[in-house]
Design a protein around this ligand. Structure first.
Ligand code: PLP
Length: 393
């Protein structure tokens, strides 16, 4: 039994025992290079094919539309910069539409494209973090060649109307990339139903190890290589494949697919309990959207008058692991571009807490965690020492 309660599953998840077991032989015995012609190479290629099928099944794709990558950040960069490369080479319009609440691994390539002369439009989001489809339609022009919108936000858990966005893009023949990194095992992803052009996933968000990601690219959608090497993964992710990690993400994908219903119900029950208990205090407000359009298991809160990082440290001292904003950012740098884009005031942005449940959490431990957190939040509210707003906010 762990001596702490881990409620930071949007940052990363524990590798499942079944996943460890599946990958172990590919570290110890079957460690061949998939490019080798001999038996070890054949063994490795066979294992990769199985993993590709498992991953494809998770998202309703065909195996030849799935590419293994080193991480989600790589997948987002590859999709956006690779498509941009194709657009430029074919003399198409250089207009990218995105939002200001994307993960930095999508915002970064968009910013880079601006330096290459692209026009980048950032859609507004509502105070719940949802894009406005009418604004999207009105911004699209004859020059628009890429739309990049995340499926669900990592900081506030808001789920976007991806199906509608995909249809808007498909009707206008515009490439649509979606970062779905927070979604597997929580909501259904079905590429047969949702006409997304490309999609990013990351293994460590659904119980595979860190250092393995996926990029789905729909058949017929071209992206040009941005890295050059041995041509592995059709040049999308060149370099000798991380065989054991690939086997791991395949196993994790199969489990996520088979257990989706059960997992979602479990996470919804925990989410309901956490939201009810924690928002019982007038000092605590739910940020983002209501439960129905929020990722299962995701709770994001504003505890006014507090500093999120203090809440995290205090919770840790009491044995509960949560986060303030995104774990992918340097502490103290930019509290949350997401909450700021949603129109929250600086004092609210810095008092944010994110509590994200996973499959290993029990209702009982979450009940206990909620009591501990509520006590900390209530004590800290009004007694915190929020930092002054930086000059550029
Ligand atoms: N996109 C989202 C929504 C994320 O939550 C993360 C990680 O936190 C990433 C992208 C980056 O994924 P990775 O850590 O695999 O590079």
């Amino acid at each position: 039994m762990a001596s702490f309660i881990y409620l930071d599953n949007s940052a990363t998840t524990k590798v499942r025992d079944e996943v460890c077991e599946a990958m172990r032989p590919y570290l110890c015995d079957k460690w061949g290079n998939p490019s080798s012609l001999h038996r070890l190479g054949y063994q490795a290629r066979t294992a990769m094919s199985k993993a590709r099928e498992q991953a494809a099944q998770l998202i309703g794709a065909t195996p030849d539309e799935v590419y293994f990558t080193p991480c989600g950040t790589f997948s987002n960069n590859m999709a956006l910069l690779g498509r941009a490369q194709f657009v430029e080479a074919n003399g198409m319009g250089r207009h990218l539409i995105t939002t200001c609440i994307e993960h930095t691994s999508s915002l970064g390539p968009a910013k880079h494209l601006m330096s290459r002369g692209w026009k980048v439009s950032h859609l507004h989001v509502s105070d719940e973090g949802v894009v406005d489809l009418e604004e999207l339609k009105s911004i699209i022009s004859g020059e628009t060649s890429i739309i990049s919108l995340m499926w669900a936000n990592n900081e506030v858990g808001t789920v976007q109307p991806v199906e509608e966005i995909a249809k808007i893009a498909a009707e206008r023949n515009i490439y649509f990339h979606s970062d779905a990194i927070q979604v597997p095992g929580k909501l259904k992803i079905d590429m047969a139903r949702t006409p997304v052009s490309s999609l990013s996933l990351s293994g460590h968000k659904f119980y595979a190890p860190k250092g393995i990601g996926l990029l789905y690219v729909r058949k017929g959608m071209d992206i040009a290589p941005i890295l050059f090497g041995g041509g592995q993964e059709h040049g999308i992710s060149p370099g000798t494949e991380s065989l054991s990690n690939i086997v791991a993400i395949g196993a994790a994908a199969e489990l996520a697919h088979n257990e989706l219903q059960h997992n979602t119900a479990h996470l919804r029950a925990i989410q309901k309990l956490l939201i009810e208990k924690l928002t019982a205090s007038p000092a605590v407000k739910l940020s983002g959207t209501c439960m129905e359009s929020r990722l299962p298991g995701h709770v994001s809160l504003i505890v006014e008058g507090t500093v999120g990082e203090q809440l995290v440290v205090e919770a840790d001292l009491k044995g509960v692991c949560i986060s303030s904003v995104s774990a992918c950012k340097q502490v103290g740098k930019d509290p949350s571009h997401v909450l700021a884009c949603m129109g929250l005031k600086h004092e609210q942005v810095i008092g944010s807490a994110r509590i994200t449940a996973g499959r290993f959490n029990t209702l009982e431990e979450c009940d206990k965690a909620a009591e501990i957190l509520l006590e900390i939040f209530t004590k800290r509210a009004g007694a915190g020492n929020p930092a002054p707003a930086p000059a550029n906010v």
